[in-house]
Design a protein around this ligand. Structure first.
Ligand SMILES: NC(=O)c1ccc[n+]([C@@H]2O[C@H](COP(=O)([O-])OP(=O)(O)OC[C@H]3O[C@@H](n4cnc5c(N)ncnc54)[C@H](OP(=O)(O)O)[C@@H]3O)[C@@H](O)[C@H]2O)c1
Length: 232
């Protein structure tokens, strides 16, 4: 059976770089993002490097939508055996980032829905396809552990995702559940947090991929990791 990875938010940034790396090694992929035209371009970029037998299924949609998550699960079932789920899609909430007391409740709820509830619910939608040894990567952030001012909404959603990852690992010892901080990267999400600032001194998202691949391909146990430290 073809091994399959489900990666959310793989139209650009870290998700796209990881998708290209896995496809080059023959993984079939089920990927998503909301902007369909950007997702189509990503499929072409992934297929250009895909190894023998690797197929890419793209489903445009919002991870916070239960119907969309069911479509991802259907696409995964059709593609083969799910060995890897990467919950990568995230939102900052409002930008510029407001102080926590100024964060309106609707934006905070949306941040928690996308960054915390949707990743857990996607694992639920895929649970009957996740056999022993399946790997779950929940993409975290240093903002989950460091109290950066104005990052409270996003940071608390990622802190809660770290905690949910530990709970999932306890409840499903047959899975490896990895919460992974990719480190600072020059991406659209990061640039949106610092409007008007030049972040080009930061590395591109590809620098986090070797550490992620070490975790995915290796046997390190469930836990929290920093991707870039794994390859120093
Ligand atoms: N960049 C950094 O420095 C940094 C640092 C620490 C952690 N991270 C984490 O790394 C991960 C990847 O972020 P990135 O920096 O690569 O960001 P990015 O370049 O902005 O990519 C985000 C991806 O997620 C998709 N996405 C966003 N919201 C979505 C939703 N509701 N449903 C489906 N897809 C959605 C985006 O496409 P659409 O907009 O078209 O949906 C895009 O494909 C995130 O979990 C982020 O929190 C990043």
């Amino acid at each position: 059976m073809q091994r399959v990875a489900v990666i959310t938010g793989a139209s650009q940034g870290l998700g796209l770089e990881l998708a290209r790396s896995l496809a080059a090694d023959g993984w079939s992929l089920v990927i998503d993002a909301r902007r369909a035209e950007v997702l189509d371009e990503a499929v072409a970029a992934i297929e250009a490097v895909a190894g023998h037998g690797a197929k890419v299924s793209a489903v445009a949609g919002d991870v916070a939508d239960a119907g969309h998550r069911a479509h991802l699960a259907d696409a995964a079932r059709a593609a083969g055996t799910v060995r890897l789920v990467v919950n990568n899609a995230s939102t900052l909430g409002a930008t510029p980032l407001p102080a926590l007391v100024d964060l309106d409740a609707a934006t905070y709820l949306r941040t928690l829905e996308v960054n915390l509830v949707a990743p857990v619910a996607l694992i639920g939608a895929l649970a009957d396809q996740l056999g022993d040894g399946a790997t779950i990567v929940n993409v975290s952030s240093d903002a989950a552990v460091e109290p950066y001012d104005h990052w409270g909404g996003y940071g608390s959603s990622k802190a809660a995702l770290d905690h949910a990852s530990m709970i999932l690992a306890e409840e499903h010892p047959a899975w490896r559940v990895l919460a992974v901080d990719p480190g600072d990267l020059d991406t659209e999400l990061h640039r949106a947090a610092f409007p008007g600032e030049d972040l080009s001194d930061l590395p591109g998202p590809e620098v986090a991929v070797p550490g992620l691949r070490r975790l995915i391909d290796g046997a390190m146990p469930s836990g929290r990791y920093r991707a870039q430290e794994l390859v120093r």
